[in-house]
Design a protein around this ligand. Structure first.
Ligand code: IMP
Ligand code: MG
Length: 194
């Protein structure tokens, strides 16, 4: 079978073949802290609108909001940039940007990982061009500070889970070619399997 960008032949590894980078317990502990910090920031807010960027953020969102003690409304957008590769394509494909009116709302964006920064700089720019929110903040589980593209406008992160190195990660919502999102922890594919 020929490999194409659409259908690469990928050898799927078992969990015991992967290197754990951040354990389930470490994630849970950090999410508790982030939830507490977010709840404190918005303690006087009547309603928080959380916008999660799919697909990667679904597990982070689901666990994080259990630790947020503020009335909140959950919204989703879907953006794609990676295709089946381990590198951002550099062009962001908006798949679904359907949102309610956000005028005068306190908005918190929830994203799994900031890598080149192109996805978030695109989305923040898009949001600000359409909606006069009361406030706009950003929570990311993982930050790869060394991977920022010079083409991405600087993005301010208000709540960050972990800084990670410039390696491709999977699990806890993060995928490689659509797989591995179900791992309950963050892992890396060992060099011998890459
Ligand atoms: P950016 O636009 O390069 O900042 O990347 C943003 C999106 O690419 C993230 O929301 C992820 O969905 C995906 N991504 C970035 N780095 C990784 C990774 O290490 N593993 C899996 N997905 C990633
Ligand atoms: Mg993502």
């Amino acid at each position: 079978m020929t490999n194409t960008a659409e259908s690469p032949s990928i050898k799927m590894l078992r969990q015991d073949q992967l290197d754990t980078v951040i354990s389930k317990e470490q994630i849970d502990q950090r999410l508790k802290e982030m939830g507490a910090a977010i709840s404190e920031t918005y303690k006087d807010t009547e309603k928080l609108v959380i916008i999660a960027i799919l697909k990667g953020s679904f597990m982070f969102l689901a666990d994080l909001i259990r630790y947020i003690d503020v009335p909140c409304q959950i919204e989703f957008v879907r953006l794609a940039s990676y295709g089946n590769s381990k590198k951002s394509s550099g062009s962001i494909r908006p798949v679904d940007l359907t949102l309610p009116n956000l005028a005068n709302e306190d908005v918190l964006l929830v994203e799994d990982i900031i890598d080149s920064g192109l996805t978030l700089s695109f989305f923040i720019d898009y949001l600000q061009s359409l909606h006069k929110t009361k406030s706009l903040r950003l929570a990311v589980l993982l930050d790869k500070p060394e991977a920022r593209s010079p083409k991405a406008a600087p993005v301010a992160i208000d709540f960050s889970g972990f800084n990670v190195g410039n390696e491709f990660l999977i699990g806890y919502g993060l995928d490689y070619a659509g797989f591995y999102r179900n791992l309950p922890y963050i892992a890396a594919i060992p060099p011998e399997h890459q």
